[in-house]
Design a binder for this molecule. Structure first.
Ligand code: HSE
Length: 429
């Protein structure tokens, strides 16, 4: 029987889940894959945590050097999070001839070009299914099952924290800060929620996934990003009236004009499959030229869902003679030949706070038409806001981002006394 020794760097939530799965399912892996996978070492400063999980004291290492020089360790699992010291530890493991499995999206997104170069040089594996969408096997699907397709779009709800907050706001009418507090109480959102609520976490994931989907390097810095902190219950409620549901979408499109990558709050039709992805669940909706639409759905975080992705990578790494690397030139920057579309096309929801008097609506519609924007729906509410203004909601047909920006500027400048734009939300069509 082939022996496969694993070392786990960090026994936090995901490390603990991985340890549990590996030890509980060891016998099944022996029978199914002919591999005896054992945890030979852990690197965890909180010794009591390791002992509580059942790790024998003799297997608790005190340094990365100890793990790198352990001949019984074949695969190092990095689940520490953050860029440093994780990156230094991963490079040390790769240079010591160990394959690496990681769940660290920030490190992988920013430095995969360097890590992969070192992995190739040392002829070891570098696996990262757990970096994106936790237990949902989207990376393997892109690498191993959908590779016959030209993938034209990949649209995902890839952040559970923000999906929980938006679902809560939509379900109970809570405002953003109440919903965030609830997410923190339940352990979905961190004490400092910036990475999730400002959309950084989603851009790291979209960078990794869209590079794989479109076979070209898409650095996260090329991704347009807008978080959910400005979302209001009023917009969610008006959206509902119009048949929409609000989600933080990560959108990647491979169009004739170039690559379009963006993360922002988006209205989607209530009957779109992504609209049914609620609470902390995640999903990725992929469109390929042959397969058409595929949606992968599941838990995007958590000890055992993420552990499931890590153990899948361990088994893949242990049972394949040849390692797979990126299908594109994995450089730090995008290739000069990759075109990015910044002035992307979308439909838009615009909420305008206006005085209820003759001529205001016609001024607004003439500004929209002057900017080449065609109106699909328009609602004027009868009830006044506390400041005596009435909300006017406009949904446009598909137009360009620059047209909308210009129209918003014109509405705010041109009819300042009568109307001001309160919010603009892109509509996915
Ligand atoms: N913070 C992430 C989320 C979890 O809320 O989805 C792991 O990527």
């Amino acid at each position: 029987m082939r022996k496969v020794g694993v070392a786990i760097l960090g026994l936090g939530v995901v490390g603990g889940g991985t340890y549990k799965i590996l030890t509980e399912h060891r016998e099944m892996y022996r029978k199914a894959y002919g591999a005896d996978i054992t945890v030979e070492a852990v690197l965890e400063l909180r010794k009591d945590r390791a002992l509580a999980l059942g790790v024998p004291e003799s297997r608790i290492a005190s340094s990365i050097a100890e793990i790198c020089s352990n001949p019984d360790v074949d695969i190092v699992v990095e689940v520490m999070g953050g860029v440093e010291p994780a990156k230094t530890f991963v490079l040390a493991a790769l240079n010591a001839g160990k394959s690496v499995v990681t769940s660290n999206k920030e490190m992988f997104c920013k430095y995969s070009y360097e890590l992969e170069r070192v992995a190739k040089h040392n002829r070891v594996g570098l696996y990262y299914e757990a970096t994106c969408v936790g237990g949902v096997p989207v990376i393997r699907a892109l690498l191993d099952n959908l590779q016959g397709n030209v993938i034209t779009s990949l649209v995902g709800i890839v952040n559970g924290t923000t999906n929980y907050i938006l679902s809560k706001m939509s379900g109970s009418g809570a405002d953003y800060s109440e919903a965030l507090k609830e997410a923190q109480r339940l352990g979905y959102a961190e004490a400092n929620p910036t990475a999730d609520v400002e959309g950084y976490d989603a851009t790291y994931k979209l960078s990794i996934l869209s590079s794989l989907a479109f076979h070209t390097k898409i650095p996260y810095t090329k991704i347009y990003r807008e978080g959910i902190t400005a979302v209001t219950p009023a917009d969610i409620a008006y959206g509902k009236q119009l048949g929409y549901c609000l989600k933080l979408l990560a959108i990647g499109k491979n169009t004739e004009r170039g690559i379009e990558v963006r993360v922002h709050p988006t209205f989607i039709r209530q009957n779109h499959p992504l609209a049914s992805v609620n609470d902390s669940y995640n999903a990725v909706y992929i469109t390929g030229d042959s397969v058409e639409d595929v949606m992968l759905y599941g838990r995007g975080a958590g000890a055992e869902p993420t552990g499931s992705a890590i153990v899948g990578d361990i088994i893949y790494c242990a049972t394949h003679l040849q390692h797979n690397y990126s299908t594109f030139d994995n450089t730090e920057k995008a290739s000069p030949s990759t075109k990015f579309v910044n002035n992307f096309e979308s439909a838009y929801y615009i909420r305008i706070s206006a005085e209820d008097k003759a001529g205001v609506l016609s001024k607004i519609t003439s500004i929209l038409s002057r900017n080449g924007i065609s109106v699909a729906q328009i609602i004027q509410e009868e009830d006044k806001d506390p400041d005596g203004k009435v909300p006017i909601i406009v949904v446009t047909h598909v137009t360009h981002e620059h047209n909308i920006n210009k129209a918003v500027q014109d509405i705010n400048a041109g009819t300042g006394d009568y109307a001001a734009v309160s919010s603009v939300i892109r509509v996915y069509d």
